[in-house]
Structure formats: C-alpha cells, structure tokens
Design a protein around this ligand. Structure first.
Ligand SMILES: Nc1ncnc2c1ncn2[C@@H]1O[C@H](COP(=O)(O)OP(=O)(O)O)[C@@H](O)[C@H]1O
Ligand SMILES: [Mg+2]
Length: 353
C-alpha cells in the first residue's frame, strides 16, 4: 500500500513536519546533515520498527525529547498508522486502536531500502540474505510467518534438550523435520520466482556478467532434512545445538562462475544488491497487485552516473512508491527534479514542498 501523508515529530533534527506524498515518486533534496535520511528512516521505523541506518532507535529521538512520533495515512484504504516511540516503550496504533505487534503495520506497508550499506546483502553474513528472502516470503506467502514461528519455537526446545542431553531432543527433531522441509520449499520456490525478474534487471544493469542465484537449504542437498538431522545427531549433542536446517540457509550468488562474495568490487556488490531488491519489489507488485515502498538513500554513493540512471529506470518499472534522496545541486538532484514527482527541500530539519 502507498503512503498518502506522513506526519513526523521529534525525530533527530526534525521538530515537526507533514508531507503530502506522491503515490509513485518522492524526491528529498538538501545539504549534508539537513535531515534527508531521517525522513527515510522514519518510514522504515513505521513499517519494520527498525532503521536501515542504525540499531539504536533511541538515538533517533530528538535531543531533549522523550519520544518520537511517526504517523501515516494509507492511500487506498485511508487507514492511519502511528508509532510513538519512547526510551523503553513503543506504542503502535492502527486507526487509533493499540496493536501489540509491529508486524501488523508491516503487513500494511512493505518497505525495502537501497542505501550506502546495501552491499552487505552480498558480502555480509548469510543472515543478511535470509532476511532478504524472509522479507519477501512474509509479504507474499501467507503461511510463511506461522511456519517460521513454529519452527523457531521447536528449534529452541530441541537445542535446550541437546544442551541438557535429554532424550526429548528426538521428539523435537521429528517435529522439526516436516516444518523445516516446508520452509525450505517455500524459500526455494520463492528464489525460483525471483529468477525471471533478476534476469531482466541484470540484462539491463549488468549486461556483461553472468549471474546465478541458488538457494542453499542449510543441509546437504542430496539428503532429506531428516537424514541430515540424523547424521548430525552426535555432533549436535556434543555442541548443544542443531547444526543444520533452514536457520543456516543461504543464497549462493555466482558471478562469472565464481563466488560473488569473493570477486566483486564494492560497486558490483551494490549493483547486484540493487538487482535483487528491484526484482523482489517487482515480484511483490505482480503477486499482490499493490505497490511496496522503496527507500533509496543517496544513489550517487559509489555508483557512476550511467549506473544511477539505469537503476532509476528499473526502479520506476517496479511500480513501487519510491522515496529518493539527493544532495543539493548534484547531478542526481537535477535528474530527479525533472521527474513527475513530489519534491521536498530539507534545511536544518525544516521541510518545504
Ligand atoms: N537525536 C538527535 N537529535 C537532534 N539532532 C540529531 C539527532 N540525531 C542526529 N541529529 C542531527 O540530525 C541531522 C540529520 O541528519 P541526516 O538525516 O543524516 O541528514 P542528511 O541525510 O540530510 O545528510 C544531522 O544534522 C544530525 O546531526
Ligand atoms: Mg543522509
């Protein structure tokens, strides 16, 4: 769903602001440290309860204030979403009614971000790539969230039993198996669904390389999960935790027949990460028939102008609602201001439209 209005209060250097948004393209222009990224972070916090820039949400509360406030109305449904975040307490409201779970808002607004650290999707730990997959599955695959919660709970119980060398671990292992297989096949199918979009985006953005993506289940692919679990039982008992399963899954990215992690430059990693994120939001739109939201912070960081233009073109193809930041008087700002977009100028936390 797209955002129609955004209300911000007491976030970093922004005291108070109301933004009337374009359903498609929103451009945020300003000097360094003006508050551009802060606007993007707000949307991320509203949706996921987290910021792509920092884990320390407390640091977003404006100096001298006790809490921050982010509100938004949704375009189609006219729903109102609100987050009030203090040091130790977060209040989430949908249409004025308090909700316990952040995921209730995440279900309404699906937010992804492309930012100067996006290359972590390629060179970071497997957990980065699992989070990427699970973002998509959470939104497009109805069963995924429940299956994953069930799996995590049983996994914790089995690990506890392994630590205590209790024979109950076998019971948990048997329960783990069917859910683990299900999660794995949901993820595998999802990666297959993404391939066609990845191919199109890659031909456009990185035509000179060969890229291959495959899902690695987290256990020997020639074995069933139960066989793999049984084989690892002794080691698991020794170590006190379950050593194989979807919790260890990864996406293997091969560029020109070599592991992308090992051979890609920073710039190439960014491009591959962009290709992955763009493909995911296109898949989202095709399946859900409504847009996701993409936050794009400073596209000019480490991408050539030619690449920025290519990524921009593919971004618009996703049909998402897009928020882009650019520095005052930059070439990127000139390009973005030419577009059919709502443009916001930010200066010392003051936003004008
Ligand atoms: N908790 C806070 N309270 C007040 N100001 C803050 C806080 N955290 C950061 N700032 C300031 O807010 C501004 C926002 O920065 P940022 O959004 O990163 O700007 P931009 O993306 O335009 O470069 C910076 O000037 C920063 O020093
Ligand atoms: Mg910034």
């Amino acid at each position: 769903m797209f955002l129609e209005k955004l209300y911000l209060r007491k976030i970093r250097n922004i005291k108070e602001a109301v933004l009337s948004l374009n359903p498609r393209t929103n451009v945020i222009i300003g000097e360094n440290a003006a508050g551009k990224t802060t606007i993007l972070e707000s949307i991320d916090i509203l949706s996921r309860g987290r910021s792509f820039r920092t884990n320390k949400i407390d640091s977003l509360v404006k100096d001298g204030e006790k809490s921050l406030y982010i509100g938004a109305t949704l375009g189609d449904k006219k729903k109102k979403l609100e987050v009030d975040k203090g040091k130790n307490k977060t209040k989430i409201l949908i249409d004025g009614k308090e909700e316990k779970k952040q995921s209730k808002i995440a279900q309404e607004v699906a937010v992804q971000s492309i930012h100067p650290n996006s290359h972590a999707l390629i060179e970071g730990a497997p957990s980065e790539r699992r989070a990427y997959l699970d973002w998509g599955l959470f939104h497009v695959e109805h069963d995924f969230k429940t299956e994953w919660s069930k799996y995590s709970k049983i996994l914790r119980q089995r690990n506890e039993a392994l630590k205590n060398r209790s024979s109950e671990e076998i019971t948990w292992m048997r329960q783990l198996e069917p859910i683990g297989e299900k999660i794995s096949s949901l993820r595998e199918n999802y990666v297959n669904d993404l391939q066609k979009y990845i191919e199109i985006n890659q031909k456009y953005i990185m035509p000179d390389v060969e890229l291959k993506f495959s899902y690695e289940k987290g256990w020997d692919k020639n074995k069933s999960f139960l066989e793999a679990l049984a084989e690892k039982r002794d080691t698991d008992l020794e170590k006190g935790y379950t050593g194989c399963g979807p919790q260890n899954a990864d996406i293997k990215i091969i560029m020109n027949k070599k592991e992308a992690q090992k051979i890609c430059s920073r710039g190439q990693q960014k491009l591959i990460a962009n290709i992955m994120l763009l493909s995911q939001s296109k898949d989202f739109f095709d399946k859900k028939k409504f847009p996701s939201i993409i936050l794009v912070d400073d596209l000019s960081a480490e991408l050539t102008l030619e690449m920025q233009e290519k990524v921009l073109e593919r971004l618009f193809e996703t049909k998402s609602q897009i928020f882009l930041t650019a520095l005052n008087d930059s070439v990127l700002a000139d390009i973005l201001c030419e577009m059919d977009a709502n443009v916001f100028h930010v200066e010392h936390g003051e936003i004008t439209q």
